[in-house]
Design a protein around this ligand. Structure first.
Ligand code: GLC
Length: 799
């Protein structure tokens, strides 16, 4: 424990005693003798905001991260004054505020301490920049674990680590490297089977220390701005994550084609090369939905232009690709080439839309096009202008998605790899320096891009992908994890990053499959595809300055493995889309680390490799060369091996044998997994059958399938189809009940039901109380049954 004397010695200051307090509806203000004010706001019974100022008044309350459309409300709020503390009570937690020193502690309703200040809020005046370095320290509990924080390339459990948040272009980053591209100052603590979250909504450079410097202390601090954090109580990790995601917002449903497989490289050009690549996919029958054009499609890297030499007729090419089932996605970077003959530059210059240095000149920096100026996306007028620039690309040329890169923002050949601190930003009418706007710059660029693409793609849905992001960016964009490396270690990192992003509210994320820098072996590429098809965003990308990185670049065996796994992804599209729908509606992460799945099981707290894809499929990648299988941990429940249909009881470690064309995949007992036929791209086939893989269970299990028109906004008017299946297995009986919601008519009317691992011989089948002939039952190792109509109850009776 650090004493106040020691603190003073370090130049830190801390709040003195409380001299007054008052309540204003959902907010309680505590004023100290030395001008500190703590404002506590109750947003929900389990969501409380803590805001501190040392000036005696608060600055304008503004956040880019918080989703203002989300509603809040609580059941109970009571403020009680005791002799040494104030007590704030909601129906979920108690919060104590110490009268002597403003220290906070938060307890569950049984009085158990969840989170408690050590020094609590303290600060150091920043004589260099003005303002304060704001700090917070908390006691950490025995056996506490930490999760979240976005894209950190380190062990999933952050205990013992210190991390830094400063969006950085980190080419070929390595394990444990800090900082990376994204900034998600949100962590989840878990101790005594209770989870809570802290979201420190401060866009300055921030640090989090999880018992790294001092064994029992967690701390976080920012190089400026306010101490402003949200506390979320679980006790289930699921409640923490969904509440955080609710607070910072959820995306809209993406068009279904974005969940297909995407192919990218730096760069495919000219047009003939693009066509050669897309043709090869169709020829080899490896499904693919999107082809990406990296910076070389432009004229001298000028955004919103096309190279006349390489792409003389973009509209025709994009249309031809579309005819073959390929959507075209193009890159757009923030750097605008300084070129007096370039219209985008001219417009921004005339309107004064570029960021300026403190003393007036425009911020100038080198990126791909050479010297550039950079739009200030934190200015709403600039965002509006930027959105308008997409008109031609989207509504005329027919591009379907936009890829925003280099938006940390990245600047070449300067030590900090970004803007100098003095650069000015509008920050939506709260003018500030780059120290405050840096971490949000990429998100505001992606937001402006999203607004433009959405406007011109309407009535279709937009698709944006970004490299840099701050909390809340998920409302506008998907993301990828930047310039990784073709190494086995990076496969491990990708697996962790995607789980971490998922529980950090930013689920629509993927890695560059195969690795961006350096050349993967065929084996590594195959292993990466096998994992990548289970990531929400699934794209192969590479820097192109080494060998080839298309699925066919590694010989026949890898082609076959790639096809097999990409086909599996396409079969699972309705399952994946349903996962997405749950994310959009409930904030449920699409990938669930084992600790999220079963926080009560201590074994899960340090697991990194296995994760749950959606709710009922467990995936465990192979992360080493020459592996014939691997040791892994199966969490609670009973699980069917996807390849053998063998049932295994969970909560134990086991060895799973897999060949090169397999990775361990398990299906939760009782699950009903919906499948579409393999298509070469989303919407290729009209089909009249939905396959349901039914995994028998003695007992009950619920499964859902969400469908709609796969694009457009009709689903907001109720035109969706939500099927909820309840499976109830008995010793010699299996009942599947279906409940339907929504007015969308799915294109199929038949159901192909694969009864997996049925423990009895079928004697009788009834559909909605009508007996059907057993001739429709095929005994093909398992029992397959085709129903030629929709059903409410399917009853399978054994001999
Ligand atoms: C950056 C991106 C990479 C892209 C390259 C060229 O390195 O991270 O994905 O291919 O720039 O645009």
């Amino acid at each position: 424990m650090i004493t106040n004397q020691e603190l003073e010695h370090k130049g830190d200051q801390f709040p003195s005693k409380i001299v007054s307090f008052n309540q204003d509806v959902d907010s309680i203000y505590f004023n100290t003798d030395n001008n500190v004010i703590l404002k506590i706001t109750i947003l929900r019974d389990s969501l409380i905001r803590f805001r501190y100022t040392t000036k005696g008044y608060f600055s304008n309350d503004f956040s880019y991260a918080i989703d203002k459309t989300q509603s809040h409300g609580y059941n109970q709020l009571e403020v009680i004054e005791e002799s040494t503390f104030y007590l704030i009570k909601t129906s979920k937690v108690f919060c104590k505020v110490n009268k002597k020193n403003l220290k906070i502690s938060i307890h569950d309703i049984d009085g158990f301490t969840i989170l408690e200040d050590e020094i609590g809020f303290h600060w150091e005046e920043s004589y260099e920049h003005g303002g304060n370095i704001v700090k917070m320290s908390k006691m950490s509990k025995d056996g506490e674990s930490f999760y979240g924080m976005g894209d950190k390339p380190t062990h999933l459990n952050l205990k013992g680590k210190r991390v830094e948040n400063w969006a950085t272009d980190q080419y070929a980053f390595h394990k444990d490297q800090e900082p990376l591209y994204k900034v998600v100052p949100f962590y989840i603590g878990l101790h005594h089977n209770k989870a809570y979250g802290v979201f420190f909504d401060n866009t300055f450079r921030t640090f989090f220390d999880f018992c790294h410097e001092r064994r029992n202390i967690t701390s976080f601090w920012a190089e400026g701005g306010e101490m402003n954090y949200y506390f979320v109580y679980g006790p289930k990790m699921a409640d923490v994550v969904t509440t955080y995601t609710h607070l910072t917002g959820k995306p809209e449903l993406p068009p279904m084609w974005t969940l297909g497989y995407h192919q990218c490289k730096w760069s495919y050009y000219p047009e003939s090369k693009v066509k050669e690549v897309t043709a090869r996919f169709r020829e080899l029958k490896i499904p693919c939905d999107a082809i990406y054009l990296d910076i070389d499609y432009m004229e001298g890297f000028r955004c919103f232009t096309w190279s006349k030499e390489y792409f003389p007729e973009p509209k025709r090419m994009v249309a031809e690709l579309a005819k073959d089932g390929f959507k075209t996605v193009v890159i757009i970077d923030p750097g605008i080439k300084i070129d007096k003959d370039y219209w985008v530059y001219q417009e921004a210059l005339a309107k004064g839309y570029f960021c300026r240095r403190a003393d007036g000149p425009f911020m100038k920096g080198k990126v791909w096009p050479g010297e550039c100026n950079f739009p200030d996306y934190t200015n709403p007028e600039v965002r509006e202008w930027w959105a308008g620039l997409f008109k031609e690309l989207i509504s005329e040329i027919g591009v379907k998605g936009v890829w925003n890169d280099m938006n940390e923002p990245a600047v070449m050949d300067v030590p900090g790899k970004t803007f100098p601190y003095d650069v000015r930003h509008d920050y939506d009418g709260n003018p500030c320096s780059h120290r405050k706007a840096h971490n949000i710059y990429g998100t505001q660029m992606a937001r402006a891009t999203y607004e433009g693409v959405k406007r011109f793609a309407y009535p279709k849905r937009p698709f944006i992908i970004t490299r840099s992001a701050y909390s809340g960016a998920q409302r506008y964009t998907s993301s990828w994890t930047g310039d990784n490396v073709a190494s086995w270690e990076h496969l491990w990192i990708a697996n962790i990053q995607m789980q971490r992003m998922s529980i950090s509210g930013m689920g629509f994320t993927g890695s560059d499959i195969g690795g961006f820098a350096e050349q993967p072996s065929g084996e590594l590429y195959a292993r990466w595809i096998q994992l990548g098809v289970f990531h929400p965003f699934c794209r192969t990308h590479s820097s192109g300055d080494h060998g080839e990185q298309e699925p066919w670049s590694f010989g026949q065996e890898v082609i076959d493995i790639t096809r097999k796994f990409v086909e599996l992804r396409y079969e699972l599209l309705p399952y994946l889309y349903t996962m997405f729908w749950q994310y959009v509606n409930e904030g449920t992460p699409m990938l669930k680390p084992l600790v999220y799945f079963d926080q009560e099981d201590f074994h899960t707290h340090y697991r990194t490799d296995e994760f749950i894809f959606g709710n009922q499929i467990l995936v465990c990648p192979i992360l080493e060369p020459n592996a014939l299988g691997r040791r892994m941990y199966l969490p609670k429940g009973n699980w069917y091996n996807y390849w053998t249909n063998e049932l295994t009881e969970g909560k134990k470690e086991l060895w799973i044998k897999t060949d090169f064309d397999q990775i361990p995949i398990f299906i939760k007992e009782g699950a009903i997994i919906p499948k579409y036929p393999v298509q070469q791209y989303v919407g290729e086939l009209q089909f009249d059958e939905l396959t349901l893989d039914v995994y028998y269970k003695l007992g009950k299990e619920k499964s859902t399938v969400y469908e709609d028109a796969q694009d457009g906004y009709d689903y907001n008017k109720g035109r969706f189809s939500l099927r909820t299946f309840t499976l109830n297995g008995k010793e010699k009986e299996l009942i599947i009940q279906q409940h339907k919601e929504g007015t969308f008519e799915t294109g199929y009317s038949n159901f192909k039901i694969n009864l997996k691992a049925l423990p009895f011989k079928v004697k009788k089948v009834e559909v909605d109380n009508e007996k059907i002939s057993l001739d429709s039952l095929k005994l093909n190792g398992e029992n397959t049954l085709v129903l030629y109509k929709d059903f409410t109850e399917l009853h399978i009776i054994g001999a």
